[in-house]
Design a binder for this molecule. Sequence first.
Ligand SMILES: Cc1cc2nc3c(=O)[nH]c(=O)nc-3n(C[C@H](O)[C@H](O)[C@H](O)COP(=O)(O)O)c2cc1C
Length: 348
Amino acid sequence: MPISYRLIRPILFRLNPEWAHQLTLNGIRLAHSAGLSILYAHPMVRDPVELLGLRFANRVGLAAGLDKNGEAIDALAAMGFGFVEVGTVTPRPQPGNPKPRMFRIPQAQALINRMGFNNAGLEAFLRHVRRSHRPVPIGLNIGKNASTPVEQALDDYRIGLEGVYTQADYVSINISSPNTRNLRQLQSDAALQGLLSGLAETRERLSQQHGRRVPMLLKIAPDLDDADIDVIADQLLAHGMDGVIATNTTLSREAVSGMAHAQEAGGLSGPPVREASVRVIARLRQRLGRQVPIIGVGGILTGADAVEKLRAGADLVQLYTGLIYRGPELVSECARALALEANQGGQR
Ligand SMILES: Cc1cc2nc3c(=O)[nH]c(=O)nc-3n(C[C@H](O)[C@H](O)[C@H](O)COP(=O)(O)O)c2cc1C
């Protein structure tokens, strides 16, 4: 029997959020390597899905940012995830923003973070990823260094894509973190056109070279209006992108106004972003048709929230903030709810 997260959470919540995060990640990594993953692991719900040329044991994945350096892939997969996404990795190591840079808003079961892509760089990332036994499909999420001007962003994404290509089951192109200056500008029409055509060209070359076409997905923000979303959808189709991950954290503070830490700079995650990401998913699905896979993420705290994403048009979902508030139990709860929903018809 795994230790109940309900017992552990009050202890973790007494610690500074970033320490608690690091402690938990180290803890499960150690437990897993000592053969003690039973302490936190949950059985994998079987609800196989074929998508992106990959086979997923169930529809629930870990969202990017929890394991930025790809150090705990197998340990995290043991929580019952159908897939695990790690990163964001940047070409060169960087420290990220000054601490404190992660804040809990328990009243709203939310987090604000302005980590700023703190990570050990591509080389260390690949060393870690190569150690994984790959129990589930692995998504590798790439970004640009803070010191690279946004006009040269393509260079960093190219380095990232070339680096991770042979190790990734899919690659996420993250252009939606609010914590790297001007990054979200890459979502606008002209910038996106340049970025995606450059990446499509690089991927073409890499697929010739390695004899395998690795799926590329674009990760987008929730703070977009319908016209912005349509532009992105059209660009995805025009450049043969394989899918989209919607969404990252929000800059809006409407849902948490007046609460402690609400005014901290950074991206807000958890229930306050739920509705916005569902809206983005629904609009994307309308514009993209049924063919392009969507991974829905943002504010999933219950099985019902996961089902809402599927109904809006997502094929798979991812969790981050929900894990902090609900623990690993949430993974199987969502996977079971989605299996039931999908098998009752309606969704794929
Ligand atoms: C502390 C923290 C760090 C994150 N870092 C990244 C990151 O490096 N790359 C990324 O694509 N998304 C990152 N995210 C965004 C999540 O992957 C997810 O898109 C977002 O939090 C919404 O989902 P949630 O409400 O389930 O957390 C981060 C989120 C949090 C809370």
